[in-house]
Design a protein around this ligand. Structure first.
Ligand SMILES: Cc1ncc(COP(=O)(O)O)c(C=O)c1O
Length: 355
């Protein structure tokens, strides 16, 4: 951190830590004692501070409340076998939030604001990082447009905030997914590759419909023809067919997942055949009909690997092989867990130990 970058710290008078039951942590229910805040004004990040977790004070005419200039990230702090606090590829999250910022005409974040703020926050709230290896401290960095004015134009001022929330495992059971053949979360030329509020807003209604039909998540398909597979829920998607790992190639309607990239890298290390390409719905349905799908799962920071129990298409539910038989995804899930716990060698230097 440069000498000029100072973070003011105001500690809470009353910690909530003793009120938390760490054996029962529903996703997003509890928040740690402090949050990091930094303002972007006159072209620079200033007034970096750590303050007690609290409500924001915003003009109702703030741009973020009207036109969706809001971007975010999601990562986790864990404890390794030595009890140290570790992060997984945090620099990739900084890179991705800056890609989102660019697409949304928002301010670029510097390493000292993103990493400096995060590390200081974790130091102050270190006791909030759960000790159970199945739990973690979810980290939500986000940026909002704070100009006051309701004209449709990029803001000149922003606020960057990091809050944290202790969480346990995301999905406890394998998920039931169904192909979406009408609605879209993202379109070609749009903002699907950015982690921004609008994509999630677009996903809520179709997902609600799928849940009403008994599924947990959708498999998103391309917005033009609904012929090609893109993602699943808020995860990237992968299949193993003919001993080959296949996943949709990235493009502007797919979020470039950090878990996705890590899995593809490890699979190649293991000598697996890996294909990043267009995958049609027809190809997968054909493989499902012929029992050729050996493995199918979503990937993301929250669940790491979320096994699919079944895939629905055109009123038919195709059951997938028993979870115990899914050699690839089980080994991958365990390896990623072991890397982060420090039980196996971290050859790619993905784990960042918070000092
Ligand atoms: C739409 C979407 N796709 C994929 C992912 C997975 O990305 P990552 O592996 O970086 O968590 C996420 C979660 O961040 C997401 O929101």
């Amino acid at each position: 951190m440069s000498d000029g970058f100072q973070i003011k710290v105001e500690k809470t008078a009353q910690s909530n830590l003793s009120k938390i039951d760490f054996s029962n942590l529903p996703f997003g229910k509890f928040y740690a004692d402090h949050m990091f805040v930094c303002d972007f004004q006159d072209g620079v990040w200033k007034d970096a501070r750590i303050v007690p977790f609290q409500n924001l004070s915003l003009s109702p005419a703030s741009l973020c409340l009207h036109y969706g200039q809001l971007i975010f990230e999601g990562l986790k702090a864990y404890r390794n076998v030595d009890g140290e606090i570790v992060l997984f590829r945090p620099e990739q999250h900084l890179e991705r939030i800056n890609k989102s910022a660019h697409r949304l005409c928002m301010a670029q974040l510097t390493e000292e604001v993103f990493m400096g703020g995060l590390l200081e926050l974790l130091k102050i709230d270190s006791e909030w990082v759960p000790k159970d290896p199945d739990s973690s401290l979810y980290i939500r960095p986000f940026m909002i447009a704070t100009d006051v004015g309701i004209g449709v134009t990029p803001s000149l001022t922003y606020q960057f905030i990091i809050l944290t929330s202790p969480v346990s495992k995301y999905y406890s059971a394998p998920v039931k997914v169904v192909f979406e053949d009408h609605f879209s979360r993202a379109a070609e030329g749009g903002i699907g590759f950015s982690k921004t509020a609008g994509n999630y807003a677009a996903s809520l209604y179709p997902t609600k419909k799928a849940v009403e039909k008994g599924y947990n998540q959708l498999i998103w398909t391309d917005s033009k023809e609904h012929k090609y597979i893109e993602e699943s829920g808020t995860m990237n998607i992968m299949f193993v067919i003919n001993d080959t790992l296949i996943t949709p190639a990235l493009h502007d309607s797919i979020l470039s997942g950090i878990t996705r990239d890590s899995i593809l890298t490890l699979a190649k290390d293991w000598g697996y055949k890996v294909e990043e390409r267009k995958i049609s719905v027809d190809e997968i349905v054909e493989a499902l009909k012929n029992n050729k799908v050996q493995d199918a799962f979503g990937t993301g920071t929250a669940a790491v690997v979320a096994h699919f129990a079944l895939i629905g298409h055109d009123g038919v539910d195709y059951e997938l092989p028993p979870i115990e038989s899914r050699t690839f995804s089980n080994k991958m899930k365990k390896t990623l867990l072991d890397i982060r716990l420090g039980k196996v060698e971290d050859e790619h230097k993905w784990v960042y130990v918070v000092k």
